[in-house]
Design a protein around this ligand. Structure first.
Ligand code: PLP
Length: 400
């Protein structure tokens, strides 16, 4: 049967304490107990439906976590105060000193910096591979490999990860597959494809308003319970909990995610087709010339399209900057980092969100200095944007 993440969220029955159509917002950090014994049991993690302290769990975050678990078809989920908190807590929960991680070399810049510069402090070893080359992934496996880490569609090069095959490699070697699905919520359901842990920056498409930073971890009940364990859970002990006020607003935005994703995808596909036809060097998984177009098709849930992200190579930083400034003046969108917003956002990846990656490595992984990443907005009529981009590219001599 077809998997339908949007209906899974829609069918949840989440009410407030007076039958409010939106769940109540917890305005408390602590909770009373009528019986002292109940508090003791809750500390031991034995009581369902009791809350102890809002860094551990709070009811508002639980509603949002339940909705995300329904969307991903995982047993459980946990809400964090940022996408980086979701990624770092999950990796630190799984890995101890002496362990080994295999990661895609093309990842979000912050993730790359954590893996490259931060984890060595704990003697956790990391191998960076071309995630589209399964042989290379397999060859990187060591006896102490605990995790294979990737993004469903990688930032900023838009490589598509073969999640089912990566899961097989991980599981054959007693390792876990962890997938950052920030670029493709609803479009891909990594847990259904074999991933053990799915992480999100909810800052992006899921919230879609660029009004806050937030993240989420989806996985088995055991993994989420371990993360929030009062004695040794990484999320509980490092404490990156999201404020319940924000959680409640993200939950409301989650209910329109399916509509937004379809419009992002529709606009991105239109721009990708028209701009590549005009001769721009463009990467979009929805185009047949994308190296993993067929793979993307075989992994995606129907009806959500190929996502809102596309990348155009303008050759040099100078040219990219010139084009971006003109696009902003022509109201194509904003020259800004981040993604999943209702306005189109664009930035030169090598000098912004991937600037943590050294120039030589950027070159190796095929990240051109002039690569501009677009997060295509929800424009009701994107043809205005298209015409402006075409005019600017002609003016700048990027196309004839
Ligand atoms: C933004 C982003 C992150 C980091 O999330 P924050 O919410 O900024 O901490 C991680 N992965 C990807 C793919 C991102 O785009």
């Amino acid at each position: 049967m077809k998997f339908d993440p949007a209906s899974n969220i829609q069918h949840l029955k989440q009410f407030g304490e007076f039958g409010d159509v939106n769940p109540s917002i917890t305005d408390s950090s602590t909770y009373t107990f009528l019986k002292a014994g109940d508090m003791e049991e809750t500390f031991l993690g034995h009581t369902e439906g009791c809350f102890l302290y809002s860094r551990h769990w709070n009811p508002t975050n639980k509603y949002l976590a339940d909705a995300l678990a329904a969307m991903e078809d995982t047993e459980s989920a946990w809400i964090t105060a940022s996408g980086m908190a979701a990624i770092t807590c999950s990796l630190l929960q799984i890995c101890s000193a002496g362990d080994h991680i295999i990661t895609s070399v093309t990842t979000y810049g912050g993730t790359y910096a954590f893996l490259k510069n931060y984890l060595p402090k704990f003697n956790i070893e990391v191998s960076f591979v071309d995630i589209a080359n399964l042989k290379q992934v397999e060859n990187a496996i060591k006896p102490n490999t605990k995790v294979i880490y990737t993004e469903s569609v990688t930032n900023p090069l838009l490589q598509v990860s073969d999640i089912p095959e990566l899961a097989k490699i991980a599981h054959r070697n007693n390792a876990l597959l962890m997938v950052d699905n920030t670029f493709t919520p609803m479009i891909m359901s990594p847990a259904r494809l074999g991933a053990d842990i799915v992480v999100y920056s909810m800052t992006k498409f899921i919230n879609g308003k660029n009004d806050c930073v937030a993240g989420a971890i989806c996985g088995s009940r055991q993994f989420i319970d371990d993360l929030s364990n009062v004695n040794n859970g990484t999320a509980m002990l490092l404490g990156p909990v999201l404020d319940p006020l924000r959680s409640s607003s993200i939950l409301k935005n989650l209910h329109t995610l399916h509509l937004r994703i379809r419009q992002h995808s529709k606009n991105a596909m239109f721009l990708a087709q028209e701009l590549s036809q005009a001769g721009l060097k463009l990467s979009y998984p929805g185009l047949e010339n994308h190296p993993q177009h067929e793979l993307h098709k075989s992994l995606m849930n129907e009806e959500y399209g190929f996502g809102g992200m596309l990348a155009i190579d303008f050759g040099t930083v100078a040219k990219a900057n010139q084009v971006m400034q003109k696009m902003q003046l022509a109201d194509v969108g904003y020259l800004a980092v981040s993604l999943g917003y209702f306005k189109t956002l664009f930035s030169c990846s090598g000098k912004s969100t991937s600037s943590e990656i050294p120039d030589s490595v950027q070159q190796q992984m095929g990240l051109s200095q002039g690569l501009v990443r677009f997060s295509v907005g929800l424009d009701n009529d994107i043809s205005d944007g298209l015409n402006s981009i075409l005019r600017i590219c002609r003016e700048e001599g990027v196309i004839g």
